[in-house]
Structures are given as structure tokens and as C-alpha cells.
Design a protein around this ligand. Structure first.
Ligand code: 13P
Length: 252
């Protein structure tokens, strides 16, 4: 049985003071129950402080990006082993903002995915189509291309310890959420692609939805059979908003 994972992607937001308030609010309000876990992904400079603030709470720590290289002359980059060293369990790879604004290709994303796993991190690999791609009917082929790069590089076995996040680009930060049915259709497709390679792995992989997820729409999305949690941007920046989504997972 798959658990829900509710993950906050703080993106480039926060400050020491704001993070302290956010983390203490989240830690104090973790819903009772089982069958779900919570994760926050702050910007790099705050990993240590947020990690310490989370000690004693069940909320896990992750990062938003990682280098595909192990170490060396890569100015400004952060190695997977460094994230592990800072107490991260997870790292997001291939967020659409990285693909669109920093030119990350699906092949580079696949290399980051592998490097993260080699360091003992669980990668959360993001896939998703733009509005134009949805409108011209290529959602599935876009998602397939993005996933195939990871299958080719890492193999299906690697998905035994990885998470997939379906984030339709048109729903990110726009307030336009995919309907539960629209999201489910793509999630089912993704699980089907995984199942064609390994049915057992496909059954266990968590597939998160991301894109304007909030307290009001979380329960509907999480009720879908192939939606196993959320990757949350805006609504992860306020403890009450994030906890409302967590509460939907705890009830689901
Ligand atoms: P929003 O929840 O702000 O739409 O962001 C989603 C996202 O990009 C999470 O990675």
C-alpha cells in the first residue's frame, strides 16, 4: 500500500526568521495518524537551520536541486553527498522551472537522478507539459520523453527508491489546478509506463501531483487512485496552508 507524501517546495523564498516560524508551525501541527509523510525542501542556505529546527519532528528534509557531479571544479554547484551530509533524504530533480529557465535537458535531469541515488538520496523527478503541449495533444508524449531519459539512464529498478511528480506547467503558480480527473489520467498513464517495465515497482512508486494544490482542492486530488501526494509551492509557505493539505492526506 502506497503512503501519501506531502512535499513543500519552498522555491526561492524564505529567511531565517520566516523559516523558523514556518517550521515551528508545521512541526506543531503535524496531523495525527499514519499513512502519510511530510517533507520540506528549503533553499540550500537554510538546509542546516531548517534541519535542526525539524529535529524530533517526523517532517523530513529535502533540497530543490543537485549537481550531477560528485565533487570538483563546479563553481556554485552542490553535490549530492553534501545534501546527504546536511541531513537531506530527498532531492527534487528536473523541476519545470529548472528545465525552462536554466536549460536542464531530460538527459541532465536523468544524470542528476542517478547521482542523487548514488549518494543515498531519494530523487523526486518532475515531469509535465506546457499549455501548448496539452492543447496540441502531446501531454503523454512529453511526459514519456522526460521519463524515458531516466529509464534509459538509470533503469526501471531505480524507481524502487524514487518518486515521480507530475506537474503540469500551466498549473504551476497560476491558481489553475488540474482537475482530479485530468491529473488522474496522466498519473495513470505514468504508472502504466512504469508497469510496462516492472509491474511490482509501478505499484509501489509514489506519483505526486504539483500545480496550485491547496487545502481546498487537496482532498479531491488525493482521492484519485494514482495520486499519492503533492508537491506544493505557494501553499507550502504558510504552515496553516501546508497543514490543511497534510490533513487531507491524513484523512485519505
Ligand atoms: P504551486 O503550488 O505554487 O503552483 O507550485 C507547484 C510547484 O511547482 C511545486 O514544485
Amino acid at each position: 500500500m502506497r503512503e501519501f507524501l506531502i512535499a513543500g517546495n519552498w522555491k526561492m523564498n524564505g529567511s531565517n526568521a520566516a523559516n523558523r516560524e514556518l517550521v515551528s508551525g508545521i512541526a506543531a501541527g503535524v496531523p495525527a495518524g499514519s499513512g502519510f509523510s511530510l517533507l520540506v525542501c528549503p533553499p540550500y542556505p537554510y538546509l542546516a537551520a531548517v534541519g535542526s529546527a525539524l529535529e524530533g519532528s517526523p517532517v523530513k528534509l529535502g533540497a530543490q536541486n543537485v549537481s550531477e557531479h560528485e565533487s570538483g571544479a563546479f563553481t556554485g554547484e552542490v553535490a549530492p553527498a553534501m545534501l546527504k551530509d546536511m541531513g537531506c533524504d530527498y532531492v527534487i530533480v528536473g523541476h519545470s522551472e529548472r528545465r525552462a529557465m536554466y536549460g536542464e535537458s531530460s538527459f541532465q535531469v536523468a544524470a542528476k537522478f542517478q547521482a542523487a541515488q548514488a549518494a543515498g538520496l531519494t530523487p523526486i523527478v518532475c515531469v509535465g507539459e506546457t499549455l501548448e503541449e496539452r492543447e496540441d495533444g502531446s501531454t503523454e508524449s512529453v511526459v514519456d520523453f522526460q521519463l524515458n531519459a531516466v529509464f534509459d539512464a538509470a533503469g526501471i529498478g531505480a524507481f524502487a527508491s524514487a518518486v515521480v511528480a507530475y506537474e503540469p506547467v500551466w498549473a504551476i503558480g497560476t491558481g489553475k489546478t488540474a482537475t482530479p480527473e485530468q491529473a488522474q489520467e496522466v498519473h495513470r498513464h505514468i504508472r502504466g509506463r512504469l508497469a510496462a517495465l516492472d509491474a511490482g515497482i509501478a505499484e509501489n512508486v509514489q506519483i505526486l501531483y504539483g500545480g496550485s494544490m491547496k487545502g481546498e482542492n487537496a482532498a479531491g486530488l488525493l482521492a484519485m487512485p494514482d495520486i499519492d501526494g503533492g508537491l506544493i509551492g505557494g501553499a507550502s509557505l504558510k504552515a496553516d496552508d501546508f497543514l490543511a493539505i497534510a490533513a487531507a492526506a491524513a484523512q485519505g
